[in-house]
Design a protein around this ligand. Structure first.
Ligand code: ATP
Ligand code: MG
Length: 239
């Protein structure tokens, strides 16, 4: 069963000048547990708009979104917030960490209602290779380290769905690949559905499916190289 589904969704923005911008037109997508879907397309093609609607943060002008089989269009804002909290983790290009909090506190604040929250936050940071950075503030961390804190924050609720908007855009090639590898590992080991928006061609190696959008429309869907990448990395983990 699809844990996340968009059925023929569209979004038009009213720009206040009598002209509407059609940011997304008639897009559909179904993601299952273990899926890694990469959405690519030029700047302005509607990627962020589409992902934001998938995450229930922006209401489509037409069409329907289902999270865990539940149509979200008519939910009250409280119910939607709860559904998002239980099912979705977000990773943003700009990390969106709180500058006054250290690494573990940033992860902790993402886990409202989670039992043993502090312990879980620290465990996740360790798993992401940040055991020596637990008490450091974002400004004391490199870009790749900050993005790994943001990944830990997205994971603390153990959500079945991870949405990432340009997660490697602010990283150099080494860190970009490392973050990519972690996202792939998560999807493989924990059977999560991951939807990544990116310009970054290297992410094709972790994706199961690659969707290209242009002018807000789906123009191509291809297979990625996820299987190969996962097998390679699980081999190198064993040795
Ligand atoms: N709030 C808004 N009001 C009006 N137009 C908007 C709004 N948000 C986005 N748009 C327009 O919708 C289109 C798609 O924008 P979107 O941010 O989804 O593109 P994108 O593919 O994520 O681009 P990038 O790769 O540069 O991040 C663009 O033409 C943009 O100008
Ligand atoms: Mg964008």
């Amino acid at each position: 069963m699809a844990v996340l589904e968009a059925k023929n969704i569209s979004k038009s923005f009213d720009t206040g000048t009598h002209t509407e911008v059609d940011a997304v037109t008639d897009m559909s997508l179904a993601a299952e547990a273990g899926d890694v879907v990469l959405i690519m397309g030029p700047s302005g093609s509607g990627k962020t708009t589409f992902l934001t609607m998938l995450g229930g943060l922006l209401r489509p002008s037409a069409g329907e979104i289902l999270i865990n089989g539940q149509p979200i269009g008519r939910l009250s804002s409280d119910r939607l917030t709860k559904l998002r909290r239980d099912h979705l983790g977000f990773i943003f290009q700009s990390f969106n960490l709180l500058e006054n909090l250290c690494a573990w506190e940033n992860v902790y604040v993402g886990g409202l209602g989670v039992k043993n929250r502090k312990q879980k936050a620290i465990e996740l940071l360790k798993r992401l290779g940040l055991e020596k950075r637990i008490h450091q503030k974002p400004r004391q961390l490199s870009g790749g380290e900050r993005q790994r804190v943001a990944i830990a924050r997205a994971l603390i609720n153990n959500p079945p769905i991870i949405l990432a908007d340009e997660p490697t855009a602010n990283l150099d090639s080494k860190n970009g690949l490392e973050v990519t590898r972690l996202l792939c590992e998560i999807a493989c080991q924990e059977n999560k559905a991951v939807v990544i928006v990116s310009h970054d061609q290297r992410l094709v190696q972790v994706a199961k499916r690659v969707i290209t959008i242009e002018d807000g429309r789906l123009v191509k869907e291809e297979l990625g190289q996820h299987q190969q990448f996962c097998e390679h990395h699980s081999d190198s983990n064993k040795s």
